[in-house]
Design a protein around this ligand. Structure first.
Ligand SMILES: [Zn+2]
Length: 242
């Protein structure tokens, strides 16, 4: 007990309050008094008017700029986010690629991890777990598509994807090897090919169809022409090469 550090007036007030709530002679009454004493001893009560303080500025005053900055507290950065934002692609495909960079595509590996299916084999090669990085760059099927595409575009100085490549690493490393004026178009091309591979994967998973890398490459060319016709001119430097 710590009655000596308890204000006498406050103590009597609380005791009366607790008696009213619990009644005399009950064990709960003693426990409540002990808890209240401990609580009061830990408080430093200051005799001043309460103040509202804005915690996101050093002077405690509100500003719209600090409120806007507070929206971004705790955010994580996404490598390549600015490049994707500037890429010339349809919005739904841009959104797809952001999900891919975040590892949020519902690949077989992710579905298995969440208990939605028993196996996680890649729908394109049936050899490795179907992660996002595997499906879009590291899969033997995807690598052949990329290699043919790189050769057809005359970009042989770019790194070819390997069996352990990560999408964001390979993409960012490759774009730095290109002249500045080609980078935005290359970003669009990477998104387009990833989108085409994803659709091939979905066709294999849900429609039980299969195709060869050369057929996928033909679909990439069709998609490039369709995007150019729709006004996504960022792909123009590669449209002429493919
Ligand atoms: Zn595969």
């Amino acid at each position: 007990m710590c009655k000596e550090c308890f204000d006498e007036e406050a103590c009597s007030l609380i005791l009366e309050l607790v008696k009213c709530v619990c009644g005399r002679g009950e064990k709960r009454f003693v426990i409540c008094v002990c808890h209240l004493e401990l609580w009061f001893c830990s408080l430093a009560i200051i005799e001043s008017q309460d103040q509202l303080l804005w915690r996101w500025t050093t002077n405690g005053h509100y500003s719209s700029a600090s409120a806007y900055r507070a929206f971004f507290i705790g955010r994580t950065s996404l490598c390549g986010a600015k490049d994707i934002w500037a890429a010339s692609t349809p919005p739904k495909v841009k959104f797809f690629f952001r999900l891919a960079l975040h590892g949020r595509l519902w690949t077989a590996e992710r579905r298995r991890r969440h208990g939605l299916q028993a196996v996680d084999d890649c729908a394109l090669c049936d050899q490795q777990p179907e992660t996002t990085d595997h499906l879009l760059v590291a899969c033997v099927f995807a690598r052949e598509v990329w290699q043919r595409l790189i050769s057809a575009s005359g970009l042989d100085h770019l790194h070819h994807p390997l069996s352990d490549s990560r999408l964001v690493d390979w993409w960012q490393a490759s774009r730095t090897l290109l002249p500045q004026q080609f980078r935005r178009g290359f970003d669009s091309l990477v998104v387009l090919v990833s989108w085409t591979l994803w659709k091939e994967r979905n066709a294999g998973t849900f429609d039980n169809t299969s195709c060869m890398p050369t057929q996928t490459l033909a679909k990439v060319r069709e998609e490039v022409n369709a995007w150019l016709a729709a006004g996504f001119r960022g792909l123009a430097p590669f449209g002429a090469l493919l």
